[in-house]
Design a protein around this ligand. Structure first.
Ligand code: GDP
Length: 246
């Protein structure tokens, strides 16, 4: 609003369509088109993090479908061993997509599962290992410490891994999403954000704060519950969604 006021003053903008246009370009300047994603290693390892309910598992299925369509071979690692339902849910998606899952016994060490998944990915020479992680733990454990451990262990299984750490945020979360992003970034060096549930009434305005304060790119938008409901983040469409009155 401050920038818009300044602009209106210096440029002498008076008409509402001029102001609307200026607002659009102000917002647009604050967001980037997502970078081209490259997977340089065989396998590349992608760690997917986020709090429970954010849409993490659904997003992993969506990413799996997208990368399969691009002709890549995929392996899932079910390292959210604290929730049996999380492993089952990932397995159901994997069966539908025809992707193998490396899982452990319930409550087994998530680091061990992540390690096995990466090793299996190396042995099978897959293009990409996508690892699901816990989003909330039993009180005996500290989520961020456990995630740091998974991150470290993955690097032991394959030096240089993980090659990407993507944080799934629920677009309906509001300001709390920024705190989540900050905490995850500190713990596991998040490299990109996926905004899930942008098809809901949520506008996802926190994307601006995440870009400005953490410098993290928004990579994809989740637009529904099906595996095909994932689009590369489109800043122009996103801004139209925010400014539309519908
Ligand atoms: P997780 O606990 O983070 O793994 O979250 P889930 O993947 O289980 O998703 C939680 C709920 O959000 C489920 O009911 C999903 O179907 C739903 N969900 C996930 N992504 C989207 C999305 O992009 N749009 C909508 N409308 N719902 C979503």
């Amino acid at each position: 609003i401050d920038s818009l006021r300044r602009l209106a003053r210096t440029e002498g903008l008076l008409r509402s369509d001029e102001l609307g246009q200026a607002l659009r370009s102000e917002l647009r300047n604050r967001l980037d088109v997502p970078p081209v994603i490259a997977w340089p290693e065989h396998p590349s390892v992608l760690l997917v993090v986020g709090v429970n309910g954010s849409g993490k598992t659904t997003t992993i299925a969506k990413l799996g479908q997208r990368f399969l369509r691009d002709g890549r071979s995929i392996l899932f690692g079910a390292a959210d061993t604290f929730r049996a339902a999380a492993v089952d849910q990932l397995q159901v998606w994997a069966d539908r997509l025809g992707v193998d899952v490396v899982a452990g016994a319930p409550e087994s060490d998530p680091g061990a599962v992540a390690f096995n998944a990466v090793q299996a990915g190396v042995a099978r020479n897959v293009d990409l290992v996508i690892i699901d992680t816990a989003g909330r733990l039993h009180t005996r454990f500290n989520l961020m410490e456990e995630l740091k451990k998974v991150h470290r262990v993955v690097g032991k299984a394959l030096p240089g891994a993980p090659h990407a750490v993507w944080l799934v945020l629920d677009a309906t979360t509001g300001q709390n999403a920024l705190q989540q992003a900050r905490a995850f970034k500190e713990a596991v060096n998040v490299t990109g954000v996926i905004l899930a549930k942008l098809d809901s009434s949520a506008r996802g305005g926190m994307a601006f704060a995440i870009k400005r304060e953490l410098g993290l790119p928004i990579l994809f938008a989740g637009l529904g519950e099906k595996p095909e409901d994932l689009q590369p983040f489109d800043p122009d469409a996103f801004i139209e969604g925010i400014l539309s009155t519908g």
